[in-house]
Design a protein around this ligand. Structure first.
Ligand code: ADP
Length: 512
């Protein structure tokens, strides 16, 4: 519930007071009047501070309206004071109004009605003023608290208002100092805005200097406003140094990264070129070596045959006259020459495989295998081998002679690398792999350790001594080269002591 309105009524004339109260009653439903008729009453009232408005006559026995006005305003500047008189002059009215009088009403019968209206208007004005003052305070507090600098400047670039954050950003004590040091060119801000046709608003990132010479990055937002017909620049200034620094760091990191990637790419390319050159050289050297081996082998054949011939002649002609030791020497010569001959034959086969033009044709796996088996028949019989070949083998695209060499090598190895006393068991079958045929040759031999399974396909790689398992170490190299020249692949799966499974893959030829 609102408090009833309290009115201090200062008038010596009793009937005038009664008339005023009557008028007040018409306007206000709830109010209380405190009548003051002497100085003591007035002092008391001022001391008690329990009134909302004052109505006073000018002419008083104990004082006058101007004095009353000054005393009230001195204690309560917000309290409305209405002067209601018929004795005052115009000068008094002006003086009173200058001293803060809220309204001046002439004491005439027709004017009594104006008293309550004047009070209401004065009270409302004061309320409005109070609200405005409160808003102003709140606004000021906000401006003081925000971290963003706020400023206003005239069109000629003079700062006229700012909040503490603005001064703090520029490290100046006052707006005057800011104007003196010209740390922010607000004249330039104005000129930029004036040239913008519509929506005079600008946002830009600039680097500014503080009063102490240090620099910082700021986001400057400016707008053009009209204050009482005059153009001003309103602006916001925000410190974005940290963000800028982060951006710069990121940019330099990116640039560094790109530079490093470029550098690495160049290095990689150089390394690749070097590698390619080396590979080329290696291939050339390899080819030279193979070429050399081929020509040497070729040249060695004739003298070997001669040695073999002479050894044979000696054996036949004087063999019976030789003692047993000399006879053994002669036989060793013959065996070694034979071995050397095999090596040379293998080498020549390998070299020819590398060089010759190869013609491919449909080859029946079954017929090639039976030819190989026929060739190896003596060995098969000598060791009582069990051989199982799948019946319906497909046709592949190959060179018949090379395929015979390949399979001969694989099958003789399967027979050869079997532990002493074990009966060799060999199985051959085919498997379809897309457009390729994979032929398997499985034995129950001594097997091959995993780490050697790649190496055995290179020339001269042997895992055993000549005495245990004789050979030249070229057989599997011939196998690989031959298969590769026919566009196929070769490989092995094996476990020591459990046997090996060699496989080769060649394109399948579909039967019509
Ligand atoms: P060679 O048979 O003349 O020794 P290869 O090139 O045919 O030469 O074989 C290379 C090596 O691979 C052989 O010395 C042997 O150690 C191993 N090897 C080849 N085939 C088999 C097999 N079926 N089982 C076990 N080891 C094998």
């Amino acid at each position: 519930m609102t408090q009833p309105l309290q009115i201090l009524l200062i008038d010596d004339n009793k009937s005038d007071r009664a008339l005023i109260v009557r008028e007040l009653r018409r306007e206000f439903s709830q109010f209380r009047v405190q009548e003051v008729i002497d100085a003591q009453d007035f002092e008391q009232a001022i001391a008690n501070d329990n009134f909302d408005a004052v109505i006073t006559d000018y002419q008083l026995r104990w004082s006058n309206g101007l004095e009353v006005l000054r005393t009230v305003k001195a204690h309560y500047p917000q309290c409305p004071v209405i002067m209601f008189t018929n004795t005052g002059t115009e000068e008094i009215a002006v003086e009173a109004l200058q001293s803060g009088l809220d309204d001046y009403v002439l004491k005439e019968t027709s004017r009594y009605i104006r008293i309550p209206v004047a009070i209401r208007v004065a009270l409302e004005r004061i309320q409005t003023q109070q609200r405005a003052a409160l808003l102003e305070i709140r606004l000021q507090t906000l401006l003081n608290q925000v971290k963003v600098g706020i400023f206003r400047s005239t069109s000629d670039g003079t700062l006229i208002e700012s909040n503490p954050a603005f001064l703090e950003l520029l490290r100046v004590k006052s707006i005057t100092q800011a104007n003196e040091l010209k740390l922010l060119d607000t004249r330039d801000c104005y000129e930029r805005l004036v040239n913008l046709s519509s929506d005079p608003r600008q946002e830009r990132e600039i680097q500014l200097q503080r009063s102490d010479g240090t620099q910082f990055w700021a986001l400057l937002t400016t707008t053009l406003s009209q204050i009482e017909g005059i153009e001003v620049v309103d602006g916001l200034l925000e410190d974005i140094t940290e963000r800028k620094q982060a951006e710069t760091t990121l940019q330099s990191l990116n640039a560094e990264l790109e530079a490093r990637v470029r550098e690495r790419t160049v290095q990689l390319e150089a390394a690749n070129q070097e590698l390619a050159a080396l590979a080329h050289q290696l291939q050339a050297t390899n080819e030279d070596l193979e070429e050399f081996a081929y020509s040497i082998s070729h040249d060695l054949r004739a003298p070997l045959r001669t040695i073999q011939g002479y050894a044979q002649v000696l054996l036949e002609d004087v063999g019976e006259t030789l003692n047993s030791e000399h006879l053994r020497f002669l036989q060793r010569i013959s065996v070694n020459v034979e071995q050397l001959n095999t090596l040379i034959t293998d080498l020549l086969t390998y070299s020819r495989l590398r060089q010759a033009d190869i013609e491919l044709e449909p080859v029946l796996l079954a017929s090639v295998l039976s030819e190989v088996v026929t060739q190896l028949e003596p060995e098969f019989q000598a060791r009582q081998i069990q051989l199982q070949i799948e019946e319906s083998l497909p046709t592949v695209r190959a060179n018949r002679l090379i395929l015979i060499q390949v399979l001969t090598n694989l099958l003789s190895n399967a027979i050869k690398f079997v532990a002493v006393g074990v009966q060799p068991q060999i199985q051959v079958w085919a498997e379809s792999k897309g457009q390729q045929t994979r032929l398997w040759i499985e034995d129950n031999g001594i097997g091959i350790p995993l780490e050697q399974q790649q190496a055995i396909f290179s020339p001269f790689t042997r895992l055993h001594a000549e005495e245990a398992y004789p050979g030249t170490g070229i057989g599997l190299a011939i196998v690989r080269k031959g298969i590769e020249r026919m566009g196929g692949r070769v490989g092995v799966e094996s476990q020591p002591q459990l046997g090996s499974r060699f496989w080769l893959e060649l394109p399948t030829v579909l039967e019509e």
